[in-house]
Write a protein that binds this ligand. Structure first.
Ligand code: NAP
Ligand code: MG
Length: 483
């Protein structure tokens, strides 16, 4: 028996096995042990979840006032807060991220997200539109219906909440499919939703593989929208499949975000920002500042400091509250990242720090050294492809317009960072960067009230903030004849 035993699907307010009692293992990447067996849903299970969600829309949930939905969302946040230690531990257990990140950053942010959107639930107002004396026209902001959230393994709970919270606030019923590797906190969210009294079918948690459960969700005609975060190629496939039933999609995809250090920056702060930008979350972060552009004038000095700081970061037991670098989320991801290191070397980049697998004294776990490459040129693979690991590519630039051109030379456009003391330059560059988020003299900061999402092939649609609600509502215009 594993540490956490066997976990079932949450469908229509009840826990049940997948069809055929099929399961899949969940591995702790820090120990390589199987910690749980979770249900692996079939297309038939997806069908059942859609039927349960539809029944919720046609029943108690669809009738509920915005205020009551908001109360439930708030209570769910309170319940998660009571369970925060346990949920944070689960997040670290299946992903390998340091407990300080789960417990003090990501699970608290997920709870804030619930409570922020709780406040919106009774504020989704329509308008009256003056079209003349012969008619009265008003608009209603209605939910889409049954909405699916398909999320990856890097921020399992937080990325789920960015979708689930606004979707429920707007009155949709939700089917959540977590990543196969990291289903535990989505299941905990489902448990808490039952505990606080969400009507059955309002939130269904369907664990299973992308190729079976995920594919069945995207094909299902009873689902109105798929909100997806994950790989760009998966996102393209989802959009193609969703076209068959004309589902709405929002896609939050990969990135290769530029972090630009000008010579007039506070270099100490920029070194800290560069390391937070790439090593937070082990670099398994869609907005990771994975392309660092350094002004030629300060390059040598900057890279010396950066290499020294990176070498001081050592991987540790993710459950240890002092650990700042955890385990890579899976064996396959570790192998993928190490392959990129080999490619970088073979293409002539200079290794400044790290570059190898490491261990924390246990001989187990998928740990990797924080890795920094210098002399990276724009055509090299590590300057173009998302690595999704603790690997930083550093490049150089000449003047401001050169920095902008190089930063924008990417298929992606999720985020960007600028380090300078010159405020005019900072705002000029911010206006020119093709990215959905620009950080000036900081990196990797988020707030649930601030929209987040991509330009270019980093996707479309915005999560968090008021804008997120646009992705979960549709407008109805009602005409009343007055003649
Ligand atoms: P992925 O395939 O995009 O997985 C994301 C989610 O989509 C998971 O829940 C996955 O289920 C599901 N999925 C996969 N194929 C699907 C399909 N055909 N239809 C519906 N759902 C589907 O990402 P990954 O394979 O785990 O990671 C691969 C690479 O993607 C990483 O190495 C990284 O470079 C990148 N990535 C980027 C982000 C980001 O936020 N930008 C996040 C994660 C990964 P399963 O878990 O069962 O596959
Ligand atoms: Mg995949």
């Amino acid at each position: 028996m594993t540490e956490l035993g066997r976990k079932q699907l949450l469908i229509g307010g009840e826990w049940r096995d997948a069809e055929g009692a099929t399961t899949m293992p969940v591995v702790n990447p820090a120990t390589e042990e199987v910690v749980a067996e979770v249900a692996s849903a079939s297309p038939g299970d997806v069908d059942a979840a859609v039927a349960a969600a539809r029944a919720a829309m046609d029943g108690a949930w669809g009738q509920m006032s915005g205020r009551d939905r908001g109360r439930l969302l708030w209570k769910l946040g309170e319940r998660m807060l009571e369970r925060i230690d346990e949920i944070s531990r689960l997040e670290t257990l299946h992903n390998g991220k340091p407990i300080r990140e789960s417990r003090h950053v990501e699970v608290p942010m997920a709870i804030e997200c619930l409570q922020y959107f709780a406040g919106w639930a009774d504020k989704l107002e329509g308008e009256t539109i003056p079209v003349g004396a012969r008619a009265h026209v008003y608009t209603r902001r209605e939910p889409l219906g049954v909405v699916a959230a398909i999320v990856p393994w890097n921020f399992p709970l937080l990325l789920a909440m960015w979708k689930v919270a606004p979707a429920l606030a707007a009155g949709n019923a939700v089917i959540l499919k977590p990543a196969s590797q990291t289903p535990l906190t989505a299941l905990a969210l489902g448990e808490a939703a039952i505990e606080v009294g969400f009507p059955p079918g309002t939130l269904n948690v369907v664990t299973g593989s992308g190729s079976t459960a995920g594919q069945a969700i995207v094909e299902h005609p009873g689902i109105s929208k798929v909100a997806f975060t994950g790989d760009t190629s998966t996102g393209k496939g989802i959009m193609r499949t969703a076209a068959e039933t004309l589902k709405q999609v929002t896609l939050e995809l990969g990135g290769k975000s530029p972090n630009i250090v000008f010579a007039d920056a506070d270099l100490e702060a920029a070194v800290r920002g560069a390391t937070v930008g790439i090593f937070y979350g082990k670099g398994e972060v869609c907005a990771a500042g994975s392309r660092l552009f350094v002004d030629r004038a300060v390059k040598d000095e900057f890279l010396d400091k950066l290499a020294a700081r990176s070498k001081k970061m050592v991987a540790g037991d993710p459950m240890d509250p002092t650990t700042r670098l955890g385990a890579i989320a899976s064996k396959s991801q570790l192998e993928r990242v190490l392959d990129y290191v080999q490619v970088a070397k073979s293409q002539g980049a200079t290794l400044l720090a790290g570059g190898e697998r490491t261990d924390i004294g246990t001989g187990k776990g998928y740990f990797m050294q924080p890795t920094v490459f210098a002399d990276v040129t724009p055509e090299m693979t590590i300057a173009r492809e998302e690595i999704f690991g603790p690997v930083l590519a550093t490049l150089e630039f000449g003047d401001v317009d050169d920095a902008i051109a190089r930063a924008n030379d990417s298929i992606y456009g999720l985020a960007a960072g600028i380090w300078t003391r010159d405020i005019a330059k900072a705002h000029y560059v911010a206006s020119k960067l093709q990215a959905g988020t620009v950080w000036i003299n900081t990196y990797n900061v988020y707030d649930v009230s601030v929209p987040f999402g991509g330009y270019k092939q980093s996707g479309f649609g915005r999560e968090m903030g008021r804008l997120a609600l646009d992705g979960y509502t549709q407008n109805k215009s009602v005409w009343v004849d007055l003649s």
